[in-house]
Design a protein around this ligand. Structure first.
Ligand code: DGL
Length: 283
């Protein structure tokens, strides 16, 4: 029957904490029929300073948790886990995966006018060289300047995005990239879009690439190609800023700060939507 629902199961998304909610927001805006099951591994954040072995192990556990919720595909809304674990996860688990690095690289390569692209991310993402490789695969003549910014995730998780300390730290990290003449900057961590306004105020001449929107478009394509699109099981009614049932969030450590920040990102009340993984596991 034409137009029949193809797969009404939810899309699984994980990140170490809040960051992946920026990707979730873009997905909910672009794909109004889809539902999201989100897992934020807040008890073990940050991932960006952990060893590759640990990031891979945590990522495998997150995937198992989401598979237990019967999701139809998994978006790794974490650059660190994408850089370290995506190929292995895709081999290991029989479900389609989407990472966030390719989409951001694609967008940046098409945005730059002078061929100088900055990339900021966690220590692990930058050390992996995943962005340089993805950018150079698109255009070997690009000049890529990368910078690990380990202090940004803790500032964001603390809710300090508008704090003067955030401005000082941003300047400390990004002034050398500005001096190197970049015209495009990839926010290579899904937490960083929460600082985009702050970064834009310091460097208005630099184009910021937030891979959330490009990743949402890539997901839309993937769902269509694999016939995984939903016919619209979230019931379409708006409830406190979000469609009813559009997203359910689990965290490995619940905190009021996470709850408040998540509501800010999704611009919606999340009462009754955020669950602690442990509380659920312990019944
Ligand atoms: N948001 C994540 C990323 O995109 C990870 C941040 C962290 O846990 O260090 O890399």
């Amino acid at each position: 029957m034409p137009g029949a629902p193809m797969d009404d199961r939810a899309i699984g998304i994980f990140d170490s904490g809040l960051g992946g909610l920026t990707v979730s927001r873009a997905i909910l805006e672009l794909l109004p029929n889809e539902r999201i099951f989100y897992f934020g591994d807040t008890a073990r954040l940050p991932y960006g300073s952990k060893s590759p072995e640990t990031v891979l192990r945590f990522s495998e556990e997150n995937v198992r948790f989401l598979l237990g919720k019967d999701v139809k595909c998994i978006v790794i809304a974490c650059n660190t886990a994408t850089a370290i674990a995506l190929p292995q996860l895709a081999k290991q688990f029989p479900i389609p995966f989407l990472g966030v690095i390719e989409a951001g690289a694609e967008r940046a390569a098409s945005c730059t006018k002078n061929g100088r692209i900055g990339v900021i991310g966690t220590e692990r993402t930058i050390a992996s060289g995943a962005y340089s490789a993805a950018l150079r695969a698109r255009n070997p003549n690009l000049s890529v300047i990368e910078k690990a910014c380990p202090l940004l995730v803790p500032l964001i998780e603390e809710g300090w995005v508008a704090h003067e300390a955030a401005r000082l730290v941003v300047r400390e990290y990004l002034d050398p990239l500005e001096a190197a003449g970049i015209d495009t900057l990839i926010l290579g961590c899904t937490h960083y879009p929460l600082l985009a306004e702050r970064i834009r105020a310091c460097y208005p001449q630099i184009t910021l690439v937030d891979s959330a929107f490009s990743s949402a478009r890539a997901l839309s394509l993937m769902l269509r190609e694999r016939r995984l699109e939903s016919g619209g099981s979230a019931d379409g009614r708006m409830e406190a800023g979000l469609r009813r049932g559009a997203i359910t969030v689990w965290v490995s450590d619940y905190s009021a700060t996470f709850h408040k920040m998540a509501e800010g990102i999704l611009q919606s009340s999340l009462d009754g939507v955020i669950f602690s993984m442990d509380a659920e596991m312990n019944g």
